[in-house]
Write a protein that binds this ligand. Structure first.
Ligand SMILES: [Zn+2]
Length: 316
């Protein structure tokens, strides 16, 4: 074989098609968007004769301003940069799109499922006196559950039975208490399904109320992730599939956390000074009447909650 190797002759260059999927974590949406706008400003647009380069630029800027993080990344990412110069190959064409941009969307008609009372009479209206799960809140929580379930099943596919301490490559299960780090793929698949079960409650117009410790952890993480989606700007008016009026209870994660769960004992598993508290034989556990929170008990239904169908499937 000569320098060209097996595939290339002088007359007839071989075309190779690569597939690249890039997972990107957006840490600062405002910074990302301003970087994208700067890039557009600095780029010389090659246009056909008769086309207005400035108008094209303005169109791209508007896409970045009104779009989500995906639109901003598309303005910054150039697939042609992937092939270095002088390596004997050149990019000739590319397709670059956004597969998902983390923004909530989809799902059932939350306006119909979670109709709220807006009379505001807290003295005589039980509904207004208590916490109401509003359509936007339900929608964000549902979206958070979708993302977290996906991450859980991704982790199982990537890492199987590995301990969480064996690699840094975790999307979800490194957020769990340390006592769960050594659990296997079977356990993690059940933990991931907890998010789907709670999302299913929301799809039926019901509060996501945990029926086992695994679901308590799932609700805790859904509330936490829902809040961060709002803070990071991943939830925007565009993504809101709700026509309902703004309500005081919208996005009240603290109150939601209080009304969905029976208690927050499970959070003590994050406290490393309370080592062993998960074990019902331990003194600490008995003092607060915590019950069995060892990982082996996480998917055993609580006695005072309806049981889920044991034959229900896993999403994957
Ligand atoms: Zn009312």
């Amino acid at each position: 074989m000569g320098d060209g190797g097996l595939w290339v002759t002088d007359e007839d260059a071989v075309r190779v098609r690569l597939e690249v999927e890039l997972d990107v974590e957006v840490l600062d949406l405002a910074l990302l968007q301003s970087a994208a706008l700067k890039r557009i400003d600095a780029t010389e647009f090659a246009v056909d004769e008769g086309d207005d380069a400035e108008a094209l630029k303005e169109q791209e800027r508007n896409e970045v301003r009104s779009g989500g993080p995906g639109a901003a990344l598309l303005a910054l990412v150039d697939p042609f940069d992937l092939i270095p110069n002088g390596v004997g190959a050149e990019a000739r064409g590319s397709v670059c799109g956004v597969l998902s941009d983390g923004r909530p969307g989809g799902g059932p008609d939350f306006d119909a499922l979670f109709e709220v009372c807006t009379c505001g009479d807290e003295d005589s209206c039980d509904r207004c006196a208590g916490f109401q799960l509003t359509p936007p809140t339900a929608n964000v929580l549902w979206s958070a559950a979708q993302v977290l379930a996906d991450w859980g099943f991704d982790d199982v596919e990537a890492n199987g039975d590995e301990s969480v301490t064996s690699t840094k490559d975790w999307a979800l299960f490194d957020e769990y208490p340390v006592i769960t780090y050594g659990q296997d793929a079977v356990w993690r698949r059940q933990a991931a399904r907890c998010f789907d079960d709670l999302a299913g409650d929301l799809e039926r117009g019901e509060w996501p109320r945990p029926t086992c410790p695994g679901e308590e952890m799932a609700v805790h993480l859904m509330l936490k992730y829902a809040e961060s989606m709002l803070e990071d700007g991943l939830w925007t008016e565009d993504g809101m599939r709700s026509e309902s009026p703004v309500h005081d209870d919208d996005f009240d994660w603290v109150m939601a956390g209080e009304v969905f769960v029976q208690d927050t004992d499970i959070l003590s598993l994050f406290d490393e000074t309370l080592d062993g508290i998960d074990d019902p034989e331990s003194e600490l556990n008995q003092q607060i009447r915590m019950g069995d929170y060892r990982p082996s008990a996480w998917f055993v239904p609580f006695n005072n909650m309806p049981r889920r169908d044991g034959r229900r499937p896993f999403r994957r």
